[in-house]
Design a protein around this ligand. Sequence first.
Ligand code: SF4
Ligand code: SF4
Length: 258
Amino acid sequence: MPEYKPRVGIYGFTGCAGDQLLIIHTEDRLLDFFNAVEMRSFVMASSNPLETEIDIAFVEGSISTEEERQHIKEIRDRAGVLVAIGNCAVSGGPQAMFAKDGSFARRLKQVYGDIKFITNPVEGAPLDEVVSVDYYLPGCPISQSQAMALIARLIHGADPEEFPHPVCHECKLNENLCLLLDQKFCLGPLTLGGCHSACPNNGLPCVGCWGPNPDGNFEEQLGLLESFGIPHEDIIRRVRNFGGYKILAHIEKLSGKR
Ligand code: SF4
Ligand code: SF4
């Protein structure tokens, strides 16, 4: 009997397509991946997609048009498992940094004027605002090692490994001197780990691109950053940059504390 191979589709919505590109750039492991699955749809890497039932859908990008809302629902209906890949799919991305603040119509008009769109724009949102998501692979872009580990486990029918720790956890394992000691604006305590503290390893503060860590002490970090002389509004704007929809509950909590 021929070996059963999971049927896979890789899709992209609004974003820079960096996560799909990163999968293509796995190079030495890409053929192993393609040989282990039946690739039904991966428009960035191959032509003639087959839009049939699939076992696993990997979806990049936020939902920012009415047409995308319909398309992701259609993918959800025919996918056994749906994985959100990258910050835009997981948290909404920078295009959702002002999510739900009531300014969408004004900003749209300010940028595009009275232009007639060929699609119908809606406020950018993560996938799970529209459909159910089974697993999340955050990052901007995602990490190759984390992506390949998740793909391998899903192909073999296992749950992906969880990364519940903040970036600070990885930063300490890498023996970096904490940038907060120099009053640098580092969001490591509030950000999910998985990137192996890529930025602090190189002396750069974390800007939160893996998305919010739900266990982060937002109130304490806000107070600390304000004690560096950084205005409250600047802090909120910067945590929203990659926090998108997922940071809203924490921001509401912070606003209530002031
Ligand atoms: S440098 Fe940033 S990520 Fe590293 S321990 Fe300090 S706050 Fe956390
Ligand atoms: S350290 Fe922060 S900003 Fe840098 S890659 Fe990791 S999560 Fe993203």
